[in-house]
Design a protein around this ligand. Structure first.
Ligand code: FES
Length: 347
């Protein structure tokens, strides 16, 4: 056996060559000399860095303020452009609130916190002694951050960290402000605008679709006719959007109760992914798979949109369709099951 002692950064060490059984000595180069940063030697640079760190925390506070302006002031509109503006500002506010804290802490660590390197030798585990050592270390870390000596950083950090989570409270509260029970919420999601004889129209043009327009391999994004006249068109659209495609009927595996739900291979399925509700947007003509871009759930159109890959827990609901006397595609009824994510009670 050779000498297997491990060198410290400052002492020469030895290393065994793998597979050769021999031992070669080499000179441990040790750590490079510590170079003081500007803020270590120049109090004015340290003060400047302190102000910069504090400014970044203030950016976080302003980001949180921007979120609230977007939420309470800009949000008082139902127009699409107003909603887009609100979403943009909500996103920017949240981003600044988080980035301000993150970048501020990194800048603080890089410019003001001690940057000398420490080597700690490995030793046996000693529960009580190690606990005390860890406590002392936490105390040292707090001391070294300078948080007690730098009230500007401390106060702005406390304000930024205290304010940043508040937007999340409002957003979660908004998941449902009506105080509805779970079954009432399910009922809201259970029914869509589709009804007997509702025409299938193109999204967004609103033009009706004839069965003869739908060729094998093509896919249409479809909404119910009259959507614009609904009381809450955005929410209705979010529930009612469907994808329309045509397959060779010979390739379809249809369960007996769905025999009449398609028209000569033309099928309509909810576009809302049953995982967490992203729009299923990609149709692979060759494989007849529908893909959800969010977490790659894949649905097989030939098997009534059964999930064949990914986290979705439920097949896409099918909309029963037929044609009217002029050959336009119409719904036979609403969906026979609730659309959307399957994490809520669907029974
Ligand atoms: S929302 Fe479609 S896979 Fe997650």
């Amino acid at each position: 056996m050779g000498d297997h002692s491990h060198g410290s950064p400052n002492d020469p060490g030895t290393v065994a060559k793998a597979g050769q059984g021999s031992v070669e000595s080499f000179q441990d180069p040790g750590l490079p000399p510590h170079r003081p940063r500007l803020a270590d030697v120049d109090p004015r640079a340290a003060k400047r860095a302190e102000r910069q760190v504090s400014l970044l925390f203030v950016v976080s506070i302003l980001g949180t303020a921007l979120f609230f302006v977007a939420y309470f002031v800009v949000g008082r509109t139902d127009s699409i452009s107003g909603i887009r503006l609100q979403n943009t500002l909500l996103g920017l506010g949240t981003a600044f609130a988080m980035l301000g804290i993150g970048v501020g802490i990194v800048h603080w660590a890089k410019t003001l916190m001690p940057d000398h390197e420490i080597t700690e030798m490995r030793h046996e585990i000693r529960p009580e002694a190690d606990r005390q050592e860890a406590e002392a270390m936490i105390g040292d870390i707090l001391e070294e951050t300078g948080i007690k000596r730098r009230p500007l950083i401390r106060n702005s950090l406390i304000a930024a960290v205290a304010l940043a989570p508040i937007p999340a409270i409002f957003m979660f509260r908004d998941l449902d402000r009506t105080g509805a029970t779970a079954s009432e919420i399910v009922d809201r999601l259970r029914y869509t605008m589709w009804d007997k004889d509702t025409k299938l129209v193109r999204d967004p043009s609103g033009t009706p679709i004839k069965a003869s327009d739908v060729q094998i391999g093509s896919a249409f994004h479809v909404i119910p006719e009259g959507l614009d006249d609904a009381e809450d068109p955005l929410n209705e659209k979010a529930k009612a959007v469907v994808l329309l495609m045509r397959l060779d009927p010979k390739e379809m595996h249809i369960s007996p109760e769905r025999e009449t739900w398609h028209h000569d291979g033309i099928v309509a399925y909810s576009k809302i992914c049953t995982h967490v509700g992203c729009p299923v947007a990609l149709y692979e003509q060759q494989t007849h798979h529908l893909l959800c871009p969010c977490h790659q759930s894949t649905f097989d159109l030939t098997q009534e949109c059964k999930v064949i890959f990914g986290p979705a827990g439920h097949a896409l609901p099918q909309l029963p369709i037929t044609v009217d006397s002029e050959g336009y595609l119409i719904a036979q009824s609403d969906f026979h099951e609730p659309v959307g994510p399957s994490y809520w009670e669907r029974g």
